[in-house]
Design a protein around this ligand. Structure first.
Ligand SMILES: [Zn+2]
Length: 249
């Protein structure tokens, strides 16, 4: 019995001290899109059935335009209907979700849009994933800013919220509660009984107050891309940046 008790304690210490997280920067595990020159060209197609929803298309155009303007080094090129299609591209499709894979995989990178509820920021979030950004609330930097309501999470919530993910190129990035890659505090479908996904902590409150924002601004909706989201993507793609407050010295 003693031995069992010691084993449990050791396991608990191990879990507490390792704080390991997936580093998707590892070659073969995760890639950014190939950028042979100074600019990154990302081709995309839009499935025809989506064009019957003008609100959705308008939101998608805005998401693409906003990233284009903010980043300054990425060209999104519409190749819908082109034959043959380029080797690598984003395929915007209806699906039931608002979902993308993370990073460059080669071939067609499907982004499902129907579940984005015609919100351009949600679409910008998915494009952010495809370009390589992880969830901001899954970075270890979340400590002190939010506490995850871990016991309430369902299986999807565990992989999309609880699991820690960090990229070596973002390791020094300060936490950004207003990032387009940060989930809202309340998000249906991630908890078992509709509980909140995470609670705002003191540092998070100070962060919002300093930016004249309140808890309500992160309660239910994903925010627009921030200046620090742009800096993060520039780091991923080796572009020169003015880090400002986005990265710790
Ligand atoms: Zn996401």
């Amino acid at each position: 019995m003693n031995r069992i008790a010691v084993g449990v304690v050791l396991l608990a210490l191990f879990a507490w001290s390792t704080r390991s997280f997936a580093d998707v920067d590892k070659p073969g595990n995760y890639k950014t899109w190939p950028k042979p020159g100074a600019r990154l060209s990302v081709r995309y197609t839009v499935e025809k059935s989506l064009t019957a929803d003008p609100g959705l298309i308008a939101a998608l155009r805005r998401a693409i335009n906003e990233w284009t303007t903010l980043l300054g080094f990425v060209d999104f090129v519409d190749v819908t209907g082109q034959k043959p299609l380029p080797k690598d591209y984003i395929s915007f499709e209806p699906g039931a979700d608002c979902k993308a894979t993370r990073g460059f995989l080669g071939g067609a990178h499907v982004i499902y849009l129907r579940g984005c509820n015609r919100e351009w920021a949600a679409m910008a979030h998915e494009i952010g994933h495809t370009l390589g950004l992880p969830h901001e609330h899954q970075r270890p930097s979340r400590d002190g800013f939010v506490t995850i309501n871990r016991l309430a999470l369902n299986d999807l919530g565990k992989t999309q919220v609880l699991e820690l993910i960090e990229l070596s190129s973002l390791r020094k990035k300060r936490h950004d509660l207003l990032s387009v890659m940060h989930y809202a505090l309340e998000q249906r479908g991630l908890t078992k009984n509709g509980e909140v996904v995470m609670f705002l902590d003191d540092e998070g409150k100070r962060f919002l107050k300093a930016r004249k924002k309140s808890e309500d601004d992160i309660r239910t909706a994903i925010n627009e891309p921030t200046a620090c989201d742009v800096v993060a993507l520039k780091h991923l793609y080796g572009m020169p940046t003015q880090d400002g407050e986005c990265f710790q010295p």
